[in-house]
Design a protein around this ligand. Structure first.
Ligand code: TUI
Length: 312
């Protein structure tokens, strides 16, 4: 499959594995890239040393291109950028903040720059400032989210920019990839589908929770205070949302969520930790290898694209 994204990143299929804090490591990124997609190591919440090690792990699995996600809210962002530049990984995705200050340094190191964007204004800005591609992430996505849906972003961002657009949020199988391509996108990013993969190092309890969950099982915490985070409903989110409704202070609410993005995938506590996941859960029926996931998505996307012809 050839698109502007496969050409930009020199990959076989236009599928990026979304970075997931405490979930996406070198083993997962290496497996996705080995299967012809683009694997992404999530540096958010991690040390520079951890990232260096994981880049080595990915390189021991594949010589194909992979990337690193730089979580711009992290305190050690500058250090992480230095590691990414030294290691010269193929690309960096940058989310949860203003990515523009890092463009020059990353480009000078030969790293492709792909910001995650929640609205048209920021999309135009990063395209003007020289981003190589951008990811539009709808509020169907797991984790920290913006306010617009994937469809609203595809409709409004794609015609406004001249760089490849990657679509994320609620995409979990082949028809989603086909739909994004028909909308004029150059590829998709999927996180949750790869969370439930064989090579994902996350705790089996968290992976099982994703496999068992269905369309209506996610909730959003923190929307009132500008830190909206989507994940699977559990005792922690019930408590959080009940207190949020009562008007409890931001500081008190923060105490409930602190550490929860680690607790589920690392410790396996899926009731008091947070399994951050997107809304398209019903189609994730079992844990597959990354190769099986990518192969079936590409096959189903081709079928869907062939089927479109009949309407002309
Ligand atoms: O970053 C994400 N998703 C994440 S980061 C993360 S780690 C975390 N865990 C718990 C609480 C908070 C964070 C989990 N999931 N997605 C990319 C994304 N970027 N979503 C929204 C944005 C974004 C928001 C504002 C991008 C740019 C932006 O710009 C603000 C500005 O400066 O104009």
């Amino acid at each position: 499959m050839k698109t502007k994204l496969t050409e930009l990143l020199n990959i076989q299929y236009p599928i990026i594995q979304g970075a997931m804090a405490w979930v996406s490591d070198g083993k997962l990124a290496g497996a996705v890239s080995a299967a012809g997609g683009a694997g992404t190591i999530a540096a958010g919440g991690r040390s520079a040393q951890w990232l260096k090690e994981q880049i080595e792990v990915a390189r021991s699995i594949t010589d194909k291109p992979f990337g690193v996600n730089i979580m711009l809210m992290a305190d050690n962002c500058d250090e992480i950028v230095d590691v990414v530049c030294e290691a010269k990984v193929a690309y960096a995705t940058l989310g949860a903040g203003n990515p523009v200050p890092y463009f020059e340094k990353l480009h000078n190191a030969g790293v492709k720059v792909i910001p995650v964007i929640p609205n048209v204004k920021l999309a135009k800005r990063v395209a003007d400032k020289g981003a190589d591609a951008l990811i539009i992430e709808g509020m169907e996505a797991g984790g920290h989210i913006g306010k617009l849906t994937t469809m609203a972003l595809m409709t409004q961002v794609i015609p406004e920019v001249n760089i490849p657009v990657v679509v994320a949020g609620g995409i979990a199988e082949g028809r989603g990839l086909a739909a994004a391509l028909v909308m004029g996108a150059a590829g998709v990013q999927m996180g949750t589908r790869f969370y439930a993969s064989e090579e994902c190092s996350a705790h089996i309890n968290a992976k099982t929770r994703i496999v068992e969950a269905t369309d209506t099982d996610t909730v959003v915490t923190g929307a009132l205070h500008g830190h909206a985070v989507r994940g699977i409903q559990n005792q922690m989110t019930n408590k959080y949302l009940a207190l949020e409704k009562e008007g409890v202070s931001e500081g008190e609410l923060e105490k409930i969520v602190v550490g929860t993005s680690r607790k589920a995938p690392v410790e396996g506590d899926v009731e008091w930790g947070f399994v951050q996941a997107g809304q398209s859960l019903t189609v994730i029926k079992k844990i597959d290898t990354c190769d099986e996931i990518i192969t079936s998505i590409v096959e189903d996307a081709k079928k869907a694209l062939n089927g479109v012809q009949q309407y002309i």
